[in-house]
Design a protein around this ligand. Sequence first.
Ligand SMILES: [Zn+2]
Length: 79
Amino acid sequence: MKKILTLVLLLSAYAAMASYTLPLESPKVVYVCVSETAYAYHAKRDCKFLSRCTHAVKAVSIEKAKELGKKKPCKGCCK
Ligand SMILES: [Zn+2]
């Protein structure tokens, strides 16, 4: 029983270390249509709504997508 407890402690210590060395939230890449009328960001590059984009499609971080005015997650691929 004690062994298990030690193992759990070791694991949680390791997890704490891992979250310390890694950025808390790794920037997730989303896809945006650079059209001014586009208001959503997409999780998938092959999203059917994104395929309607007649402009360029950019892979950016969510923060950047929001900066670009794509503030809403796409209903088609962000679930
Ligand atoms: Zn989408």
